[in-house]
Ligand binder design. Structure first.
Ligand SMILES: C[S@@+](CC[C@H](N)C(=O)[O-])C[C@H]1O[C@@H](n2cnc3c(N)ncnc32)[C@H](O)[C@@H]1O
Length: 252
């Protein structure tokens, strides 16, 4: 019988190996971090993938994460940058931060972990209260598989990759628990070890809905990009529907 702590640590390690090679989002964060005075605030830094890229480029970063097992991996990963990285167990739903930031990055679907409208409102209000003018917030948002490939819903997909010298085998299945809530089950194996299960939930937030919430929280000049090119930023129209993951940008 594995302890809960062991399972959490093992899942954090899996997550780290699984996402570490993803870099498509990094250029926009580096670009914006260079345009605003630091430190940058990253919300939902998880195991520190984006945090490390920012720190390696010389940026000071405050990273927030609510999962201690992921924070522990992030601390290890960012150890060489201890002079400019501070990682903190802080849930933005509950409180703003005492400092003020010009650039806030809510990376890779952290906003989709929020379970209802009230949490979304509190999160954005506290993000706004943790910022100063001029300021920018970026929210990288997920798009359910049911929008992109509905025929794949409920089916197992096999993913095999090598990451940091380790072999990963993942069976991945998505289901919609309601029209907005996707459940993702990942059965993973590291280096041929025992298969373990990781279940996560993500709540879809439509671009126009997010734009309304951002406006309500005091943000303006709200735009979105469907790729990772800031040059393609467009205003959000009420019936805009993403064709995949998307990013929303808003300013103070
Ligand atoms: C999919 S992970 C993001 C991974 C990481 N940012 C990356 O880009 O590789 C989303 C993370 O957001 C964290 N999170 C969710 N809600 C949060 C909140 N209110 N405050 C801080 N972190 C939060 C979750 O624990 C989770 O680790």
């Amino acid at each position: 019988m594995v302890s809960r702590e062991y399972a959490a640590r093992h899942q954090a390690r899996f997550l780290d190996l699984y996402v570490t090679g993803f870099t498509a989002d990094v250029p926009i964060y580096l670009d914006l971090a260079a345009k605003y005075p630091g430190p940058v605030l990253e919300v939902g830094c998880s195991t520190g993938r984006v945090t490390e890229h920012l720190a390696r480029a010389g940026h000071a970063v405050v990273g927030l994460e609510t999962l201690r097992s992921s924070l522990a991996v992030a601390r290890e990963r960012c150890r060489p940058y201890a002079d400019r990285v501070r990682l903190q167990d802080h849930d933005l739903i509950h409180h703003p931060l005492p400092e003020r930031f010009h650039a806030v990055f809510v990376t890779l679907y952290a906003f989709n972990a929020l379970i209802d409208l009230e949490e979304e409102r509190l999160f954005l209000r506290h993000a706004r209260q943790s910022m100063r003018d001029p300021g920018i917030i970026v929210l990288d948002c997920f798009c359910p598989l049911s929008f992109v490939a509905p025929d794949q819903i409920g089916r197992w997909r096999l993913i095999e990759r090598t990451s940091q010298g380790h072999r990963l085998e993942v069976r991945d299945r998505r289901e919609m628990l309601n029209p907005l809530l996707e459940q993702r089950t990942q059965m993973f194996r590291i280096d041929g070890g025992p298969e373990e299960e990781k279940v996560t939930h993500r709540r879809y937030v439509a671009p126009a809905h997010l734009a309304e919430l951002l406006c309500e929280a005091g943000f303006e000049n709200i735009r979105w990009i469907q790729d990772y090119d800031l040059g393609t930023a467009q205003p959000i129209r009420p019936d805009d529907r993403p064709s995949g993951p998307f990013r929303v940008l808003a300013e103070l």
